[in-house]
Design a protein around this ligand. Structure first.
Ligand code: 5RP
Length: 239
């Protein structure tokens, strides 16, 4: 269940004037503070994709001499990391990773996530799978009781698009083709709308079984281990 175990940041005034961007910066800094005492000179950090992950990359740059480098979950993230002088490693050359830090589009009280709003879900899921601890960084707008108001991204091999679309419709949702978007892996995305997700683990497996599906944006079988949530009153830690 969801339990608030710490408030790591209090605004000096106690007023609720933080913008969404300031909340993202606060959780990004909280993530750096969370990992920095546990980094070694040979540590490799897994880094996610999106505007919150970008804030994390910028905050991470300040401690870039205390670890070896990063594995990126997208081309965009790799470029931003390199721009800060942080070395980017191929995942296949990395045998151990302590942390994966990434945002989410929605999270529920069990720390199940929907991800892939930015279309990077497949590489995100792969890097998360290797990491020992998945630290998810969000602002409070991502918090829900039940996943599914955010359309669930499904990455699909291009020639299977119509077939997968029909299978997704049979589940009761409405698949919408993300026009003009190609993933870093050369595939397409169907965003599954209007689906109430009562059993995220079961649905994640069911979607993976549709031929032509590469990955889906449910991170439930391997959800977040810890969520740092930005609120106007500070960063809350949920686990
Ligand atoms: C990208 C993702 C992102 O984590 C998700 O879309 C959240 O992005 P942002 O931090 O910009 O709200 O899954 O594929």
């Amino acid at each position: 269940g969801l339990r608030i175990i710490a408030t790591q940041f209090e605004s000096a005034t106690g007023t609720t004037t933080m913008t969404q961007d300031e909340m993202k910066q606060a959780v990004a800094q909280a993530a750096v503070d969370h990992i920095k005492g546990r980094l070694e000179s040979d540590s490799i950090i897994g880094v996610g994709t999106g505007s919150t992950a970008n804030c994390f990359i910028d905050a991470l740059a300040a401690i870039k001499n205390s670890f070896a480098g990063a594995v990126a979950s997208s081309e965009a993230t790799a470029e931003r990391l390199r721009g800060h002088g942080i070395e980017v490693f191929d995942l296949n050359s990395v045998s151990e990773m302590e942390f994966y830090i990434d945002g989410a589009d929605e999270f529920d009280p069990h720390l199940n996530l929907i991800k892939g709003g930015g279309g990077a879900l497949t590489r995100e899921k792969i890097v998360a799978a290797v990491a020992k601890e998945f630290v998810c960084i969000v602002d409070q707008s991502k918090q829900v009781d039940l996943l599914g108001a955010f359309p669930l991204p499904v990455e699909v091999i291009p020639m299977a698009r119509s077939h997968v679309g029909r299978q997704l419709a049979a589940l009761g949702g409405q698949p919408v083709y993300r026009e003009g978007f190609v993933t870093d892996n050369g595939n397409v995305i169907l965003d599954l709308q209007d689906l109430e997700i009562l059993d995220p683990k079961a649905l994640e497996a069911q979607l993976n079984n549709i031929v032509g599906v590469v990955t889906n944006g449910l991170f439930a079988r391997r959800g977040a281990d810890i969520i740092l949530m930005g609120t106007p009153d500070g960063v809350q830690t949920l686990r």
